[in-house]
Design a protein around this ligand. Structure first.
Ligand code: ADP
Ligand code: MG
Length: 718
């Protein structure tokens, strides 16, 4: 008995789980009646690990051992700027993993971020099993559309550690569109505007009867409600400083309490015109006298503060509109997703930008999990039985596919990676960087690969540290007002009925205005193999070097229900219908000339998709070829996200250049990378290893699973 397939919205702030059945979609609730499960994990002194609300309660009491917002960091290399910044700001401790990823350290043990997410997923699974009364072992898990390979793989690994078979990694906006558009049968162009706690993204889809086409997606991984909280907290800190001549920002716990209060105030102001709050004993003055903060904020004041920040979301919208080739007014329906879209200012700005009101019948908190549940149901049942059986999502417009006849060779004379080769001077401008190309077997349509102009990646704004301080009922005797934001916001602004299923969550008491927050109690990837593609003695000028040899068109793909364009690979599972044809948000590339990358799969390509390149040896009897892989839009390797490397081992002996290995890069339906390699001469499958930065090795999954089950205490109150 496998049980239903869970649709899981694994959020930065909150997670939601739903299941789809014949009767409709159920968003599952915790035994206490909550639908939103905080994505927070706390390592209790008892050795148990608390997850969800119980964990969030511990944030203020034990910040060092309470882990939150890992979705902002999962799948990021330890050396990345985001992680380094978070390391400075977050109260919990970080350490590098052997594979260059991030570990969280607590109470003498370390955990990968996949494990931390696994604790959240384990709690989600527990909630689902209690709610459905049976085992739940399969899931569709959603991720932001702009998650890269490392982030997707780490999320998938988290699912496995939590004891879930992850049937699909689904993009959040695609899930939202599915929940909205299933069965409507209309022709519409919709925009999904998702502003959560930490991230923003916008996706444009065209729905035409049974076909959903993702036209464009763009996002900002550092734009969300947390950033607004931070602005308010700063203002509070300034007010406190002005009044008491004491800066609470120097005290981490005090600052976390400010942030909790700030978030509370923000949520209140979605319904109220003004809030007043008081935080007692934020600090102590001379003689141990309690220094309290009294603070008032109007909605107008909040909006003035938040406006410039929110304006950034519309720059991202512009980007998506440009890719889609439409203007905002050509969007028929705007769907709001994420808790931060409850702000009236967001509604107004959305309305101004798109020239129409956003849809009011979708619950922004639940719609992603609902879509995931629909997809899960579709994957679990045959097409005939599935509610989704006749829906196809696909991407057909301006995907950078090569013409079928294009076969080109880039001949390599030397390899800068070969031993003893001096690094080349600064790369020439792209026009001058033309490599020597010899067209081989190319038809008249052959042409060199088109390179997207490389827009410099926008510098990520500083990660805002998320410190949702929470008062504890035990310690204050007050209702859990400011921290129980989920209830608060539901009480403040009851969401309208959802199209599918029941969206109402039991709402808590409306919070009072006095807040009393308690005081606390308690690598760089391995170096490339010198045996690269070229012989060092033959090293020519740098601009003539490269590693890649051929580019062949992708094999003709399997059909989607609505006849997807050529280049689509058939779905792996012959039983499951090709339900969702989504797009990859980032280009996948390989290193060519040292420091340069060539894009193999372009961003916004419909997935699943695959592209083949032929690599040849640069030395006689070369046994191994190592290819660096990256994701991103720049032509410079170091401006993209390095994913790791693909290593081709045990190459049959042969003269330099005579051995050709056909390497196929596949982005599967989850948006994750798979690689296949075949020796062209022998037709034999070539041994291959993909080493992802921070990747979780298969053999470690069991171990992690065991540790998780030993420690997991779920949402039990400590
Ligand atoms: P995520 O997708 O990051 O898990 P959610 O969609 O759950 O996030 O949104 C969480 C964010 O929404 C938080 O920043 C929270 O403060 C904000 N939020 C929730 N309710 C409201 C509200 N009523 N008004 C303004 N912001 C809200
Ligand atoms: Mg979300």
């Amino acid at each position: 008995m496998k049980g239903p397939v869970l649709g899981i919205d694994l959020g930065t702030t909150n997670s939601v789980v739903a299941v789809a059945g014949d009767a409709g979609i159920d968003v599952l609730t915790t035994p206490e009646g909550h639908r939103l499960i905080p994505s927070v994990v706390s390592f209790h002194p008892s050795g148990e690990v608390l997850v969800g609300r119980a964990a969030r309660d511990r944030r203020l009491l034990d910040a060092q051992n309470t882990v939150y917002s890992v979705k902002r960091l999962i799948g990021r290399p330890f050396e990345s700027r985001e992680v380094q910044r978070a390391k400075e700001r977050f109260a919990f401790e970080f350490a590098p993993s052997a594979s260059g990823g991030v570990l969280v350290a607590s109470r003498g043990e370390t955990y990968t971020l996949s494990e931390i997410s696994a604790f959240v997923l384990r709690e989600v699974r527990r909630v689902a099993e209690l709610a459905t009364g049976g085992p739940c072992t399969r899931a569709v898990i959603t991720v932001p559309a702009n998650f890269n390979e490392l982030q997707r793989s780490a999320t998938k690994a988290a699912g496995r550690v939590a004891g879930l078979e992850v049937l699909r990694i689904l993009n959040e906006p695609t899930a939202a569109a599915l929940a909205y558009g299933y069965g409507s049968g209309s022709r519409e162009r919709v925009a999904i505007f998702d502003l959560g706690g930490g991230t923003f993204d916008v996706t444009i889809l065209e729905l035409a009867g049974e076909v959903f086409e993702v036209v464009a997606t763009a996002g900002d991984t550092y734009l969300g409600g947390d950033d607004i909280d931070q602005l308010i907290a700063e203002q509070m800190a300034e007010a406190f400083l002005a009044h008491h001549r004491y800066d609470p920002r120097g005290d981490r716990q005090a600052y976390e309490r400010l942030r909790a209060a700030a978030e509370w105030a923000k949520c209140q102001l979605s319904a109220e015109e003004e809030v007043q709050l008081r935080i007692e004993e934020l600090a102590y003055g001379e003689g141990g006298v309690s220094l309290d903060l009294t603070f008032g904020l109007s909605r107008q004041g909040l909006e003035a503060m938040a406006m410039p920040l929110l304006a950034r979301a519309f720059d991202v919208c512009e980007e998506a509109m440009n890719v889609a080739g439409v203007r905002p007014t050509q969007i028929d329906q705007v769907i709001l997703v994420g808790g931060s879209t409850r702000m009236p200012l967001v509604h107004r700005m959305v309305e101004d930008y798109f020239g129409k009101q956003p849809l009011a019948t979708i619950d922004p908190d639940l719609v992603v999990a609902q879509g995931a549940a629909l997809q899960g149901q579709a994957l679990a049942t045959s097409r005939a039985k599935s509610r989704l059986g006749r829906v196809t999502l696909r991407r057909v417009s301006q995907v950078g596919m090569r013409p079928a006849a294009a076969v080109e060779e880039v001949q390599v004379k030397g390899d800068p990676r070969a031993a003893g080769y001096a690094p080349p001077p600064p790369p020439p401008p792209p026009a001058a960087a033309a490599r020597k190309r010899t067209l081989m077997g190319a038809g008249p349509g052959a042409k060199p690969p088109t390179q997207r102009p490389a827009p410099p990646p926008p510098p990520p704004p500083p990660p805002s540290e998320v410190s949702l301080a929470k008062p504890s009922e035990e310690s204050t005797g007050l209702p859990p007002v400011p921290a129980d934001l989920n209830e608060a916001r539901e009480a403040i602004q009851p969401s309208p009925a959802m199209v599918i299923g029941d969206a109402s969550e039991p709402s808590g008491d409306l919070p009072g205005l006095d807040i009393d927050l308690p005081l606390p109690d308690d690598a760089p990837p391995p170096a490339l193999d010198p045996a690269g593609f070229g012989a060092p003695e033959a090293a020519p000028a740098p601009h003539e070097q490269g590693g890649l040899v051929f580019d062949e068109p992708p094999p003709a793909g399997g059909p989607g229900l609505a006849g997807p364009p050529p280049g689509f690979a058939p779905q792996a599972d012959p039983v499951a219908p090709p339900l969702l044809l989504d797009v990859t948000p980032l280009s996948l590339g390989v290193e060519t000339v040292s420091g340069y990358c060539e894009h193999i799969i372009k961003r916004n390509s419909a997935i699943p998709t695959e592209q083949t390149r032929i690599f040849s040896t640069g030395m006689d009897d070369q046994e191994e070829v190592v290819v660096k892989i990256c994701q991103g839009e720049s032509r410079r390797l170091d401006e993209n996200q390095l994913l790791g490397e693909v290593q081709l081992d045990g190459i049959a002996p042969g003269r330099r250049g005579a051995v050709q290995i056909e390497v196929t890069f596949i982005i599967d339906a989850d948006g994750t990378l798979a690689v296949r390699a075949v020796d062209k001469n022998t037709g034999r499958q070539q041994s291959i290893r993909i080493q992802l930065i921070g990747g979780v090795e298969d053999e470690n999954i069991d171990e992690m699973q065991q540790r998780l089950e030993e420690k997991f205490a779920g949402g039990a109150q400590a």
